[in-house]
Design a protein around this ligand. Structure first.
Ligand SMILES: [Zn+2]
Length: 333
């Protein structure tokens, strides 16, 4: 959207009944940042009015183009000579989508309400570009590829502004709007970041307000978390079986076997620290380097390769823990 033609007043202007010819209409305010003097349509969402450009909105949305193309019936209200169009969306959503210039800066994290509005209004009005950009950010933040997941710091968001309730709001939104492509990763992240009690009770953002998961999303998360908790303990049997095959080429069976026992102990011990282990999976997160280094030079690399193989298999199962089929079967409806 182009620059506005005159700087808006800091204070929002309160419109009177305007051209409506009476005082029965509720008081409305003009958006301080989206009121362009040369705009040619006035959009009203809740009690806020936005004077914007039909041609630019039409360029982004065929649905709005059709709406603007309809002849204005006789006697319909106008504002400053512009047709008045009421939308059922919230004023914040309109502001987040139309007035959010940082959406064009792909290096800048966006607040989640803006991303949510881009998808919701994007779907409603066919704002394809906004919808695609919002989904792109979400899918990069919550990747399906294991190597991309490995690279992420599980406590830092890159494409979204963090907040205490971000993962709860995001999982609810993706669940309600069938954005399946990000759900297994987002739910895994939530399980990794929060203790069970918080997952169940929700994230308390103030004395008065707690953001909780929707019942269906909570059920998925709890079932998925149960599966994730079994991942690392499930490695133990397979590591024992693999080590038995390595022994023939072991350089020092007595010392190496003791190191292997410690390796197993740390892998299995990871089960106790579910909060810190779920979803990370990497043996480096579970086993101390000096334990790995004390395995013999024949068994050590084979064992860590085996661990990596198990982890790759486990990642393939992550959608299944949350009730989906496979990564490739996830669809955004
Ligand atoms: Zn060995």
């Amino acid at each position: 959207m182009s620059q506005h033609s005159s700087p808006p007043n800091k204070r929002q202007r309160v419109d009177d009944a305007d051209d409506l010819g009476g005082t029965s209409e509720p008081v409305t305010t003009r958006s301080p940042s989206l009121w362009f003097d040369d705009g040619n349509v006035v959009i009203q969402a809740e009690a806020t009015r936005f004077r914007v450009y039909r041609s630019i909105l039409s360029l982004h949305s065929d649905i709005l183009a059709d709406c603007f193309g309809l002849p204005q019936p006789e006697g319909e209200p106008t504002v400053d000579g512009c047709p008045l169009v009421h939308l059922s969306d919230t004023a914040n959503e309109i502001q987040d989508v139309y007035g959010n210039y940082s959406v064009y800066d792909h290096t800048k994290p966006l607040p989640f309400p803006a991303v949510r509005a881009m998808i919701r209004l994007g779907r409603k009005y066919n704002f394809t570009a906004f919808q695609e950009e919002a989904l792109r950010r979400l899918q990069k933040e919550f990747p399906q590829e294991l190597n991309q997941w490995n690279e992420k710091d599980k406590y830092v968001f890159t494409f979204l502004e963090d907040s205490p309730s971000l993962l709860f709001e995001l999982v609810n939104f993706a669940y309600e709007n069938s954005i399946q492509s990000i759900l297994p990763t987002a739910m895994t992240w939530l399980c990794l970041r929060y203790p069970l009690a918080t997952i169940i009770s929700g994230s308390k953002i103030s004395d008065e307000k707690t953001i909780s998961l929707l019942p269906g999303a909570l059920e998925m998360c709890l079932i998925g978390r149960y599966g994730l908790c079994d991942v690392i303990p499930g490695y133990v049997d397979q590591l024992v079986a693999a080590y038995a095959d390595f022994i023939d080429h072991c350089h020092d069976i007595r010392e190496c076997a003791e190191s292997f026992r410690m390796f197993l102990s740390e892998v299995f011990g990871a089960h106790a620290g579910v909060k810190g282990r779920v979803g990370s999976f990497q043996w480096q997160d579970v086993v101390e380097d000096d334990v790995v280094n004390s395995l013999c030079t024949s068994c050590g690399p084979k064992l860590t390769d085996k661990y990596e193989e198990l982890r790759i298999n486990a990642w393939e199962n992550v959608p299944g823990y949350f009730g989906f089929q496979t990564w490739s079967a996830l669809k955004d409806l």
